[in-house]
Design a protein around this ligand. Structure first.
Ligand code: PRP
Length: 236
């Protein structure tokens, strides 16, 4: 058994639900990436998000930079929620979220949605603790009936597209009326499958990102921001 890791602290600046609601009239502050990705257009590198700030001192050996701060996440997620509310008004909506990485994004997105909806989860994960994509395993199956309903599939990151592609192949035979894909992060440069998201929080370059639900070897999910992992942690 290995010795426990030393306790680490960082500023807990995650937006409270009230903070998200009070920003309800803020404009969408990521218009370039959102518009382009919303129209499934190709991105060039100048349109992708760039690292913005240094992480808290105690994390600087592990987190190279903050890519998306907590306030920026809150503003963008609020804008996504407004769009989803408009698009799904009057529909029979089932939100299907993919475990585990989506938990932070999902919680903030759902609190921003005033639509009636149902919620269920699919557990899906790649084998191993490393960064190379491996085989997928399903750890939890969908329980709600989605036949004839509008599904909003929510995930934290669209990377190679293998996960969402496999999940779509499971969902389509269940005969939902429609399936739309919503992801917080999109890494278009790594795509292997022909998958595009309908709702994208941020298009990002090919950095190894952690925090706000995303992990490396199951760590860093609780960071309140999206950060870039220091390459020394995963490069031998
Ligand atoms: C991550 C992430 C996405 C998937 C994206 O899941 O949460 O579901 O990878 O990668 P892809 O587009 O290349 O398939 P992971 O398997 O690491 O499990 P987790 O959600 O538990 O972190």
């Amino acid at each position: 058994m290995s010795a426990p890791a030393p306790a680490r602290r960082w500023p807990l600046t995650c937006p409270r639900p009230s903070a998200i609601r009070s920003n309800a009239r803020l404009p969408d502050l990521e218009p370039a990436a959102a518009k382009e990705l919303g129209q499934n257009a190709l991105l060039n590198s100048s349109q992708l998000l760039k690292p913005s700030a240094k992480p808290p001192q105690v994390l600087r050996n592990e987190i190279e930079s903050v890519l998306i701060s907590a306030p920026r996440l809150a503003r963008r997620i609020n804008a996504l929620a407004r769009r989803i509310e408009t698009d799904f008004a009057g529909r029979d909506l089932v939100v299907v979220a993919l475990l585990n990485g989506t938990v932070m994004f999902l919680a903030d997105l759902l609190r921003g949605l005033s639509l009636p909806l149902r919620l269920d989860f699919i557990g899906v994960s790649s084998y191993g603790a490393g960064i190379r994509p491996g085989d997928l395993i399903f750890t939890k199956e969908l329980r709600l009936d989605v036949r004839g309903r509008d599904v909003l599939l929510v995930d934290d990151i669209l990377d190679t597209g293998r996960t969402i592609s496999r999940v779509m192949a499971k969902l389509r035979p269940l005969e939902p009326r429609d399936i739309k894909i919503c992801v917080l992060l999109d890494k278009p440069s790594r795509r292997e499958e022909r998958i595009n998201a309908d709702y994208v929080g941020f298009a990002i370059p090919n950095h190894f990102v952690v925090g706000y639900g995303l992990d490396y070897a199951e760590r860093y999910r609780n960071l309140p921001f999206v950060g870039v992992l220091h390459p020394q942690l995963y490069k031998a």
